[in-house]
Design a binder for this molecule. Structure first.
Ligand SMILES: [Zn+2]
Length: 64
């Protein structure tokens, strides 16, 4: 039974196996895109808008 995940960059189904060396990404290109997005702080998660919940992590010092 294979586990399948969605590529974080393009949403392509990726089989979670040794054959998918760039998992959870579908390809090296998508992996690089994702890493680049993080580096430029442009990363967004369309399906899951971030929740501004200060109670979520009490150990986190205030950022603002
Ligand atoms: Zn992809």
């Amino acid at each position: 039974m294979a586990t399948v995940v969605d590529c974080p960059t393009c949403g392509t189904k990726v089989e979670w196996s040794e054959a998918s060396k760039y998992r959870p990404f579908c390809s090296e290109r998508c992996k690089q895109i994702d890493l680049g997005a993080w580096a430029e702080e442009k990363y967004t998660i369309p399906a899951s808008p971030p929740l501004d919940n200060p109670d979520d992590d009490p150990d986190e010092p205030p950022q603002r």
